[in-house]
Design a protein around this ligand. Structure first.
Ligand code: UD1
Length: 432
């Protein structure tokens, strides 16, 4: 079975380049088929969630041409609007639900399999449906697990989101771009990828204002045209490397980032005693001593991201004193704590709170990734641990991290993806 093997104990040092943002890319690729003209998207991360979405749009008739590892030319003029979006790939990824908004906006008709994604909570889509209905669509959840949305025409509306939802904001924004008249989305999500999608759609001729604030105003347009667009860097990949540097007492410069997007992460690392230096599009993290405890609560942007919650918990598990991590976005996001306990961590979970009594050192163990971000966090724990660890179910990690072991090796980590026992012997021989 494929897994990573890690020999911990090396302080990471050097430079790492961050890829394009997976969550922005999922939204932008889904929106790229809203025009019949050709769209070129650059800085697309080469991860399995993106490959699945590209496969899904090809299966309904979009033409996708790969220009290089990270650039695609996409043309949605030959899409069969009557063909449901449903295959094994679509059902695995969360981002496929963006095809409801894009197809509904373009054709007033969408039939898309219900989203999969990481099992970190219930993840309902009632706010998406509420938004589509406000725009004039009829929405049914039909068997087997399909969302079917249809409309005579879409008309702008004033929509108040009951909670801050990244997915619902993005989905409703896409549909509203081609609705007749004006739409206002209140209590909108402010995440960098919401802004990136709005910028992308505006570069196609959409008229969206206010993305990045909690009120987004959209004036519907009849026509969207082709464009060339480069996706923002991945805030969560960058944050993951920042925490890997801190947990291994390393010195890592994370390049190709937007430091503003990393402020909540940098602030927490500074609080626990790391030195953070920002310069242009890079952030350097230096940790040369045992770090201190702190408390953190996950919140919508610009708060501390829920997608960084497992990584900060791993770090705080090694910090002096008692730390408290409160998860306020998803109800089932501490499943990885049992794995950390196997490594010697002292963490108690009560409801949505983890109480962490920092230990001096983790010890290597056999670990299973429960989801994407928790999987990456377990890799950080293994890098900081004494001895060898194996991490299984790495297909979760590969959904969102491009070349994860290669990038870590470049920073001095001993990590290898193992396909068979020969790979493992080779690793153990090399790592000693
Ligand atoms: C997106 C990200 C995910 C990230 C999350 C929060 C993608 C593909 N995924 O997920 O990595 O962890 O934002 O930053 O971009 N909710 C409802 N009803 C809805 C929609 C959401 O109750 O209709 C709830 C959710 O259950 C959750 C909260 O609202 O408790 C926030 O979810 P949301 O922001 O929508 O997350 P996703 O878009 O699924």
């Amino acid at each position: 079975m494929e897994h990573y093997i890690v020999k911990g104990g090396n302080a990471l040092s050097g430079e790492v380049e961050i890829a394009g943002a997976k969550n922005a890319a999922l939204a932008i690729l889904a929106a790229s088929i809203m025009t019949n003209e050709t769209v070129t998207v650059e800085n697309v991360p080469d991860v399995s969630d993106i490959r699945a979405l590209l496969m899904a749009i090809q299966l309904i008739g979009a033409h996708v041409e790969r220009l290089d590892r990270h650039s695609f030319r996409i043309n949605g003029s030959a899409i069969n609007k009557d063909k449901p979006v449903d295959n094994e790939y679509v059902r695995k990824i969360r981002g496929s639900y963006y095809l409801i908004g894009s197809l509904l906006g373009k054709y007033c008709k969408a039939s898309v399999a219900l989203p999969g994604g990481c099992n970190i909570g219930l993840r309902p889509i009632d706010q998406h449906i509420k938004g589509f209905k406000a725009l004039g669509a009829q929405v049914k959840v039909a068997s087997p697990g399909m969302v079917v949305a249809t409309a005579e025409e879409l008309t702008g509306a004033h929509i108040y989101m009951d909670m801050v939802s990244v997915g619902a904001t993005i989905n409703v924004m896409m549909a509203a771009v081609k609705a007749k008249g004006n739409t206002i989305i209140e209590n909108a999500a402010k995440e960098p990828h919401v802004v990136d999608l709005a910028n992308f759609l505006n570069s196609m001729g959409a008229r969206i204002k206010g993305a990045g604030t909690d009120v987004i105003r959209i004036r519907g347009v009849e026509y969207l045209h082709g464009t060339t667009y480069s996706i923002i860097p991945d805030q969560i990949e960058a944050g993951t490397f920042m925490f890997a540097a801190a947990a291994t007492k390393g010195d890592v410069t994370i390049k190709n980032v937007i430091p503003k997007h990393l402020e909540s992460i940098s602030a927490k690392l500074t609080e626990v005693g790391c030195q953070i230096r920002e310069s242009g599009d890079a952030v350097r993290v230096v940790a040369n001593k045992r770090l201190l405890h702190t408390n953190v609560k996950t919140l919508p942007y610009p708060g501390f991201p829920t997608d960084m919650q497992p990584q900060i918990t791993v770090l705080l598990g090694l910090c002096r004193g008692i730390s408290i991590v409160t998860e306020s976005i998803f109800e089932n996001r501490f499943k990885y704590v049992d794995e950390l306990t196997k490594m010697g961590a002292s963490i108690t979970v009560e409801g949505n709170t983890a109480i962490i009594d920092g230990v001096e050192q983790y010890t290597g163990a056999n670990l299973t990734s429960p989801d994407l971000r928790a999987g990456a966090a377990l890799v950080i724990a293994a890098l900081a641990a004494e001895g060898c660890s194996k991490i299984f179910d790495i297909h979760y990690i590969e959904r969102g991290y491009e070349d994860f072991p290669e990038k870590l090796r470049h920073l001095g980590a001993e990590i290898e993806k193992i396909d068979d026992s020969y790979d493992e012997h080779r690793f153990r021989f090399r790592a000693g």
